[in-house]
Design a protein around this ligand. Structure first.
Ligand SMILES: CSC[C@@H](O)[C@@H](O)C(=O)COP(=O)(O)O
Length: 367
């Protein structure tokens, strides 16, 4: 997608052929900076500190991280160590494990001196596939928006509420939840996006708003607690969120606060969709609430906020009564019964085992 008219992806090979460049998302929306990742440690730090974030992008970065590790140690032990280091960076997004499994399986089939090139190329293929998947999610999901526009009389924009950032910054390009919105906007269907601020890290206010601004998509940033009230008063036509891990039964794990929006949507008859690529589905799990590991992040994300001062400088300020204990679970699980449908690169299905296996019949055989 574009930044100041120039097309970018969130991660791309450096011209030197032995490293990658990423957009530093900890600096957005106020500064646009690229960061070069040249080693396993660079990639692990980038994922852990959320220089890169969003489930699909974490997966692609881990794949490149494994490739970069092969430059230092391409032995079997080296593969194991790199996989363990990268897998430990963030626990919830299954795309991370999925990408590491795919690249490491591939690597073990070739001699050590071929492993860097093999892994770098495989990471590039994963990135390309992610772009294609997200583009397809956009095409399928935009139909939902277009249908709703027509069903509501066609004389006003469709108001779509989204949570966190599941846009192009969370993937390699296009995004998951925002891809249908971009596609609808491009095909002339009027949309207005309600952007949940998404405390504590404010991915909605900082990143989703930045993206939508960059593409001229009308939007309004709202406080996290406003969604229920707006739904009660007919101010939301549709919710679309992303996912970090979706079970084979259709439970959707996404940024903390998603579940509350799904409850409010259910209570108010607002359709609630999750948009995700196949790499986000964990076919080994059935009960998302019991089985998906929820990342617990540093309490400092709750007690402090970073932003821009009137003079243009940056400051981190304390916002919680000093000494109060804090908790910071980073994700929650929305049970399938609250999800109207899952938008994937293969089409849209019911949030259920039947629905998902219907779209991915080859997985039924594997199960
Ligand atoms: C297309 S990304 C879907 C999710 O990864 C997104 O909604 C989300 O929760 C991101 O969480 P983050 O903690 O910013 O990595």
């Amino acid at each position: 997608m574009n930044i100041d008219g120039q097309p970018y992806r969130t991660i791309f090979p450096d011209p030197d052929g032995v490293s990658v460049q990423v957009i530093d998302q900890t600096r957005l929306p106020f500064a646009f900076e690229l960061k070069r990742l040249a080693t396993l440690e660079d990639a692990a730090v980038a994922i852990r500190t959320m220089i890169v974030r969003g489930a699909p992008l974490i997966g692609v970065t881990a794949a490149y991280g494994l490739a970069l590790a092969m430059r230092a140690d391409a032995s079997h032990d080296g593969i194991d160590r790199a996989v363990a280091t990268l897998a430990a960076t963030r626990p919830t997004a299954i795309n991370l494990r999925w990408a590491l499994d795919r690249v490491s399986t591939n690597l073990r089939q070739v001699a050590p001196d071929e492993r860097f090139a093999r892994a770098f190329a495989e990471a590039g293929r994963i990135a390309e596939e992610d772009v294609a998947s997200c583009r397809a999610i956009g095409a399928h999901g935009s139909q939902v928006i277009a249908d709703l526009h027509r069903a509501k009389g066609g004389d006003r924009p469709v108001t779509v509420l989204t949570h966190c950032n599941a846009g192009w910054l969370a993937t390699v390009d296009w995004g998951t939840a925002l891809a249908p919105i971009y596609a609808a906007h491009e095909r002339g269907v009027p949309v207005h996006v309600l952007v949940d601020e998404t405390r504590p890290r404010s991915q909605g206010a900082a990143l989703t708003a930045f993206e939508l601004n960059g593409h001229g998509v009308p939007h309004t940033v709202i406080a996290d607690n406003a969604g229920g009230h707006l739904m009660q008063h007919g101010g939301v036509d549709l919710c679309i969120v992303g996912s970090d891990r979706t079970t084979a039964s259709g439970d959707v794990c996404n940024k903390i606060g998603t579940y509350l929006k799904a409850l409010a949507a259910h209570d108010n008859g607002v359709p609630f969709y999750a948009a995700l690529p196949f790499s986000t589905i964990d076919w080994t799990l059935d009960d998302g609430v019991k089985e998906i590991p929820i990342e617990e992040r540093d309490g400092r994300e709750v007690t402090h906020m970073t932003g821009r001062l009137a003079d243009g400088g940056f400051a981190t300020i304390e916002v919680v009564s000093p000494g109060s204990p804090v908790a910071n679970p980073a994700f929650d699980v929305t049970p399938a019964r609250l999800v109207t449908g899952i938008i994937t690169e293969r089409g849209i299905c019911e949030a259920s085992a039947e629905g998902l296996y219907g779209l991915y019949p080859e997985r039924r055989k594997a199960a």
